[in-house]
Design a protein around this ligand. Structure first.
Ligand code: UDP
Ligand code: MG
Length: 312
C-alpha cells in the first residue's frame, strides 16, 4: 500500500527540522516492516510562508526521495493548503493522511490509520480524546462550537480536526465538492463510505506559535456554520412569525384600550398596530426571501448529489 502524508506549513521553520526527523523515522520503520510500500512519501505544502520554510523543504527533498514539496503562490489558509496537497497527490497514493506541521497530533497514530485502511475503511478520523494540553480557552470555545454546530443540524465528528486518512476513493469523492469556502472537516462526513475513528491525546505545540489567532478561529468557525446550514435564515422566518402572532394580540389589546376603555390618546392605536404588525410581516417576508437565497446558496455550491461506492 502506497501511503502519502500531507503536511501544510505556514511559517513553520522552527518546527520543521524536528517534524521531518520524526516523520522520516516513522516512515522508514513502516517501510522496513513492510507496512507500507517503498514509494510512500511525505509532502509539505508551503502555504506562502515568509520565513525559511520553503528553503528547508527544498533541501529535504534534494536529500531524501521520500520528501516532496508544493509551494503555493501566496498564503491561502490552512484549509486551502490542505486541499491543494490532497488534490495534487490523490492519484499518486492509495491513501493520504493529513496532519499539522507542529506535531500536536501524535504521529504514532499513523500506524493505526494504516491498519484501519487495510481493514477496508476509506475514511479514518483521528479524534482527540484528551485535550488537557490545549488552553482552557481553546477547549471551551471548541466545545461550544461543536455543540452549536449540532444545534444547527450539521453532522460533524466532535474533537476531530484535520488529522485523518482518506483512501483514494474518498479523495476522488472529496474532489467533487467544488465550493470555494471549503470546510474540509464538515464535508468529509458527507462523503460516506466506511469510516471509523482512532483516538489519541493531543500534545502541545513544541515550538513556534499557533497560526490560528482568535480572528482566524472565528472566521473559520463562521465558515463551518454558514457553509453547511441555512438554519440561521429559518430563524428569521420563525422570529417573524412569532412577532406576527404577537401583533394579533397587540391589535386585540389596542382595540380594547381604544373602544372599550377609551383611555388612549390620538394616533396611538394606529402607530402601535402598524409597528408590530408590519414588523412581523417584514421579518417573515425576509425569511421567505431567505428560503430562496438559501436554495441559491446551496445550488451554487454544486455539491455532488450522490457518490457511488460500488457497482455490480
Ligand atoms: N497553516 C497553514 N496556513 C495558515 C495557517 C496555518 O498552512 O494560514 C498550517 C500550520 O502550519 C499548521 C496547521 O496549519 O501545520 C495548523 O495550524 P496551527 O498548529 O497553528 O493551529 P492550531 O493547532 O493552533 O489550531
Ligand atoms: Mg497546532
Amino acid at each position: 500500500m502506497r501511503l502519502g502524508i500531507v503536511i501544510p506549513c505556514y511559517n513553520e521553520e522552527e518546527v520543521l527540522a524536528e517534524t521531518t526527523q520524526r516523520v522520516e523515522a516513522l516512515l522508514k520503520e513502516m517501510i522496513e516492516k513492510g507496512e507500507i510500500a517503498d514509494n510512500s512519501f511525505v509532502c509539505f505544502v508551503d502555504d506562502g510562508s515568509r520565513d525559511r520554510t520553503w528553503e528547508i523543504i527544498e533541501n529535504l527533498s534534494n536529500q531524501n526521495p521520500h520528501f516532496k514539496g508544493i509551494k503555493l503562490s501566496r498564503n491561502f489558509g490552512h484549509q486551502n493548503a490542505l486541499i491543494a496537497g490532497l488534490m495534487q497527490l490523490k492519484d499518486s497514493a492509495d491513501a493520504l493522511i493529513s496532519m499539522d506541521a507542529d506535531l500536536q497530533d501524535d504521529i504514532m497514530v499513523v500506524r493505526q490509520f494504516v491498519e484501519k485502511y487495510k481493514d477496508g475503511y476509506d475514511v479514518v478520523y483521528g479524534v482527540r480524546e484528551d485535550r488537557s494540553k490545549d488552553s482552557t480557552f481553546k477547549r471551551a470555545t471548541a466545545e461550544f462550537f461543536y455543540k452549536f454546530q449540532s444545534f444547527m443540524g450539521i453532522e460533524s465528528v466532535s474533537n476531530h480536526a484535520d488529522y485523518r486518512l482518506l483512501s483514494q476513493k474518498a479523495l476522488n469523492a472529496l474532489a467533487e465538492f467544488k465550493e470555494i469556502n471549503l470546510f474540509i472537516r464538515g464535508v468529509v462526513p458527507l462523503i460516506g463510505f466506511r469510516s471509523c475513528s482512532v483516538y489519541y491525546s493531543r500534545g502541545e505545540r513544541f515550538a513556534g506559535e499557533s497560526k490560528y489567532p482568535l480572528k482566524k478561529m472565528i472566521l473559520f468557525a463562521l465558515d463551518g456554520i454558514a457553509s453547511f446550514s441555512i438554519v440561521p435564515l429559518r430563524i428569521i422566518t420563525l422570529i417573524g412569525f412569532i412577532i406576527f402572532l404577537f401583533s394579533l394580540l397587540i391589535i386585540f389589546w389596542v382595540l380594547i384600550e381604544k373602544y372599550l376603555l377609551g383611555s388612549t390618546i390620538q394616533g396611538w392605536s394606529s402607530v402601535i398596530i402598524s409597528i408590530y404588525f408590519m414588523g412581523g410581516i417584514q421579518l417573515m417576508s425576509m425569511g421567505i426571501i431567505g428560503e430562496y437565497v438559501g436554495r441559491i446558496f446551496q445550488q451554487s455550491k454544486n455539491r455532488p448529489r450522490y457518490i457511488i461506492d460500488k457497482e455490480i
